[in-house]
Design a protein around this ligand. Structure first.
Ligand code: HEC
Length: 299
């Protein structure tokens, strides 16, 4: 085969590939009629929609953004906002399921990536932005709650009291709610306990012994409900003085490689100045020798 033939063959392949790509880039969803009318094997419930929402946030929101917010990635073709009424009116439960199951172009196929149930849950979540979508069961509206925290300095105990407002507006004791305790840290919070409230609405923890605090042993504790969907995400903070005092040295104050000029390591200063002095000495010596050339020539 001569090189000309190879070039033609290469050109041919490139052209064909180009056509395939341009066709697939402008592809349309081809949804069979029986798929459009397909129904989920079970009714949509608020519980399943909640599962679908977390699957969506894990697997879909990176490209599609949040439904109704229009914050999808600007790809070509665009992933699109799945919460718009335009999308909802043109996509049945069956079509949404089909599209995420099959994928197309840069829309990945989730056929083997998600379980059948998860795929339906995501579909329910997406369709829940359709005003006509029917959801079974009772909606668990988040109730109005209140958390108060008291501390016992001697026993190093923190006690949270949880209450909720009943439908008549009276505060009642909230039993069996998970209360989470954290110590505030620079990066994220350190969990120090997770306790269910007892029949009087109390959740109590003993502050651990091995928590590092600031230089005076203070630490800020954050207390909140674990199930923020059900009880809201109000957090109570309380500063306690039961942590181990830790004195943080500012590393810039010592002599270190990363210190500023006035705190550079001695050995570095010695090395630096001997190199600088050495180089200048050589330069001056050369200049001196050059000035001697004329003198020597005259002699
Ligand atoms: C890597 C980015 C990406 C991810 C992740 C992604 N999609 Fe997509 N999706 C796209 C793109 C791009 C399109 C547009 C495809 C086209 O029109 O060729 C699309 C289209 C769709 C459509 C059809 C939109 C319409 O207007 O008909 C649906 C439905 C959809 N995606 C659902 C999902 C679901 C559900 C998930 C998560 C399980 C998901 N997508 C994850 C990129 C993504």
């Amino acid at each position: 085969m001569n090189s000309k033939k190879i070039t033609y063959k290469g050109l041919g392949i490139v052209t064909i590939l180009f056509f395939i790509f341009s066709i697939s880039a402008s592809a349309q969803w081809n949804i069979p009629d029986n798929v459009k009318n397909k129904k989920a094997p079970q009714d949509a419930t608020y519980e399943l929609i909640k599962t679908g929402k977390s699957v969506y946030n894990n697997k879909c929101s990176s490209c599609h953004g949040h439904p109704g917010k229009g914050d999808f990635l600007k790809l070509n073709p665009v992933p699109g906002d799945l919460g718009t009424s335009d999308f909802q009116n043109n996509n049945t439960e069956g079509s949404v399921f089909f599209k995420l199951d099959e994928g197309m172009g840069s829309m990945p196929s989730f056929k083997n990536q998600l379980s059948e149930t998860d795929k339906w849950c995501v579909t329910f979540y997406i369709k829940s932005f359709d005003d006509n979508f029917v959801v079974k069961g009772k909606k668990s509206t988040s109730i109005k709650t209140n958390l108060t925290v008291s501390s016992d300095n001697k026993a190093k105990k923190l006690k949270a009291k949880a209450e909720f407002e009943d439908k008549d507006g009276n505060m009642k004791v909230l039993k069996g709610a998970d209360v989470a305790f954290f110590v505030k840290r620079y990066f994220g919070n350190l969990s120090i306990g997770n306790v269910k409230t007892d029949e009087n609405g109390y959740a109590e923890i003993v502050f651990p012994d091995d928590i590092a605090g600031d230089s005076t042993g203070n630490a800020e504790v954050i207390i909140k409900f674990k199930d923020t969907d059900a009880y809201g995400n109000t957090a109570v903070t309380k500063t306690v003085s039961w942590a181990n005092p830790v004195h943080y040295e500012n590393p810039l104050n010592e002599r270190h490689m990363w210190g500023n000029r006035s705190s550079a390591p001695i050995w570095l200063l010695i090395t630096y100045f001997s190199v600088v002095i050495g180089v200048w000495a050589v330069i001056l010596w050369v200049v001196f020798q050059i000035t001697r050339i004329k003198k020597l020539a005259k002699e």
